[in-house]
Design a protein around this ligand. Structure first.
Ligand code: FES
Length: 187
């Protein structure tokens, strides 16, 4: 019998499943485990429709999802790793690599591009001394390009942490990078 046949005998299918090598328990760092456990405790009756808010809360504490943290969540929640990783990697605001405490996201949509966003990105790169996606040595900031922020009327636009900054000028940028204003952290 073809195991892909939907009429396949489920007993046989689960026997096949049982024969697979066991997936070893996930091994997140103590900090990741503590952050995940604190959030998981708030969802004792976890339902699949609570996945996004739960992930938001974990991300707010850890700043990113390592593979081990993702595997730990997958095992605790009973959500297949591939499903969970698919959700996490789909949303641009969820990080799968370490980032700065505050992430500066420079919009590179067409209206912003036409209003100088490219030069803005280059200026951010020059000021931080790191390329897109890389944290500064002190871990305070990182920056990246981002698709349309929905603020096209106020191009060029960017996000500093969770703050939307409209009509960004070099002076405003200077203040943001120096931490003088709009410097909310992502976590
Ligand atoms: S293109 Fe930049 S906010 Fe829409």
């Amino acid at each position: 019998m073809n195991p892909l046949d939907p009429r396949v005998d489920r007993g046989a299918a689960s026997a096949i499943q049982r024969d697979q090598p066991e997936v070893p328990p996930a091994d997140p760092t103590p900090e990741e485990r503590a952050a995940a456990d604190a959030v998981l405790a708030r969802y004792p009756e976890f339902r699949r429709d609570q996945l996004l808010p739960l992930l938001h809360e974990v991300h707010a504490r850890t700043g990113w999802f390592s593979l081990e943290l993702t595997r730990y969540l997958s095992q605790c929640l009973g959500v297949p790793f591939a499903d969970l990783y698919g959700v996490i990697s789909f949303y641009a605001l969820f990080k799968t690599v370490p980032s700065g405490k505050t992430v500066l996201r420079v919009c590179n949509g067409l209206p912003c591009y036409l209003h100088g966003a490219y030069d803005l990105g280059l200026r951010v790169q020059e000021m931080l001394g790191v390329g897109p996606g890389e944290p500064t040595p002190d871990g305070r900031l990182s920056w990246e390009w981002f698709p349309c922020l929905g603020q096209c009327d106020y191009a060029p636009a960017m996000l500093a942490g969770e703050d939307e900054i409209r009509s960004v000028t070099p002076e405003v940028l200077e203040k943001i990078v120096s931490g003088g204003t709009h410097a909310t952290s992502d976590r």
